[in-house]
Design a protein around this ligand. Structure first.
Ligand code: AVI
Length: 321
C-alpha cells in the first residue's frame, strides 16, 4: 500500500540560495532582487539622473518612432507587438501612442512573470492610451512564446528593452537569443536594447548612486532571504560594491561582508560563515560595442537589420532578423 508523506520540495529560490551561499566564491542570482519591493526600487533607479539607460532609450524611441513603426509594419497589414519583461512600459508607450494615432492594426502583448506589474501596466495603458488593444500575458517568456506561436501566423515583433540582456553572461545571452529565434518566423523581428561601452566613470555612477538606491536594490536580495527564508542577515553589515572593467565591458555588483560574521537561514537549516570582506556576487550589467553585438547576433543565427542610437552614443537598439 502506498503511504502519503508530506514531502515539501524546495523552491528554485531556496535551491539557488543554498547553492550560491555554500559555493566559493559566494554568489546569488540578480533575478531574485525583483519582488514587489525590488520592482519599486528599480522604478526609482530608472528615475535617477545617474541611470542614463532609461532616458537614452526613451530618446531613441521619441526621435525614431516613425522609422521604427514603419519597420514593424513593413509588408504586413497587422502585427503582434510582444514585449518580454514589460515593466512599466514607459518607453513602449511612445510607440503605442504613435501606432494608434496612425490607426495601425496591431495587438500589444506584454509578458511578465509578475501579476501585479502586468495589472498596473494594463491599467495605465487603458487610462492613457485606451485605443490600444492590449493582452497581458503572465508567465515565463518561453512558456508564453510557445503558447502564442501555436495561435496563428500573424507577424511578431518581439521587444526586449532596457538592456535586460546585459544581465546575462555572453554564453547565456546566446542561449537566450537562440531560444527566442526558435519561436520566430521569416518576417518576425526582434528589437533589443544594448547599453554601450562609454566613459567608465559614467557607468560606475549609474550603479553606485549617492542616494544609495542601488545599494538598497542590491541588498533587497538579502532582505528577501530574511523575509522568505526566515534568516537573520543584518543588512548594515554588508556593503554594496560596484566594479566596471572597461576592457570586457562588464559591470559587476557585489555585497561585501564588513566583518567576520555568521548568518542563519532557518528555512534551509543553514548557517553561513563570512570572513571579513568576503564577497557575494549578485549581478552583471554588460556593456557592449557593435563588434560584440554583431558576434552575439551571428552566434545565435540572427542578422542585424538596423540600429538606432541616442545623441550621446550611450545606448543602442538593434533590430535582429
Ligand atoms: C534590469 N537591468 C537591465 C538593470 C541593469 O542596468 O543591469 C538592473 C540594475 N541593476 C542595478 N541598477 C539597475
Amino acid at each position: 500500500m502506498n503511504r502519503k508523506t508530506n514531502i515539501v520540495l524546495p523552491t528554485e529560490f531556496e535551491k539557488e540560495v543554498y547553492e550560491g551561499l555554500t559555493d566559493s566564491p559566494k554568489h546569488l542570482s540578480s533575478k531574485y532582487i525583483y519582488d514587489s519591493y525590488g520592482d519599486k526600487l528599480f522604478q526609482e533607479i530608472m528615475d535617477m539622473p545617474e541611470y542614463y539607460l532609461t532616458n537614452a532609450e526613451h530618446q531613441i524611441f521619441n526621435s525614431h518612432k516613425e522609422e521604427i513603426s514603419n519597420l514593424f509594419q513593413s509588408g504586413n497589414d497587422k502585427f503582434k507587438l510582444i514585449e518580454l519583461g514589460a515593466g512599466d512600459g514607459r518607453k513602449t508607450k511612445i510607440l503605442l501612442e504613435h501606432l494608434t494615432s496612425n490607426n495601425v492594426n496591431f495587438k500589444y502583448q506584454p509578458i511578465d512573470i509578475s501579476h501585479s506589474v502586468l495589472a498596473q501596466l494594463e491599467a495605465s495603458i487603458r487610462r492613457e492610451i485606451p485605443e490600444v488593444c492590449i493582452e497581458p500575458l503572465q508567465g515565463t517568456y518561453f512558456e508564453i512564446l510557445n503558447r502564442i506561436n501555436i495561435e496563428n501566423g500573424t507577424k511578431k515583433i518581439i521587444l526586449f528593452l532596457g538592456s535586460n540582456i546585459g544581465n546575462l553572461t555572453h554564453e547565456l545571452a546566446i542561449g537566450f537569443l537562440n531560444h527566442v529565434r526558435d519561436f520566430m518566423h521569416d518576417d518576425d523581428l526582434l528589437f533589443v536594447g544594448f547599453d554601450q561601452k562609454k566613459n567608465p566613470e559614467t557607468v560606475l555612477k549609474a550603479y553606485n548612486d549617492p542616494a544609495g538606491i542601488t545599494s538598497d536594490f542590491n541588498k533587497n536580495i538579502l532582505a528577501r532571504i530574511n523575509r522568505e527564508l526566515d534568516a537573520d542577515i543584518d543588512l548594515d553589515q554588508f556593503l554594496h560594491w560596484e566594479v566596471y572593467d572597461p576592457e570586457s565591458g562588464t559591470a559587476k555588483s557585489y555585497l561585501v561582508s564588513k566583518k567576520e560574521q555568521s548568518v542563519t537561514i532557518k528555512k534551509l537549516g543553514l548557517t553561513i560563515n563570512f570572513n571579513a570582506w568576503e564577497t557575494i556576487h549578485t549581478e552583471i550589467s554588460q556593456k557592449y560595442d557593435d563588434q560584440t553585438v554583431q558576434w552575439l547576433a551571428e552566434a545565435s543565427g540572427f542578422q542585424i537589420e538596423k540600429k538606432f542610437v541616442d545623441t550621446k552614443g550611450y545606448y543602442k537598439n538593434y533590430v535582429f532578423a
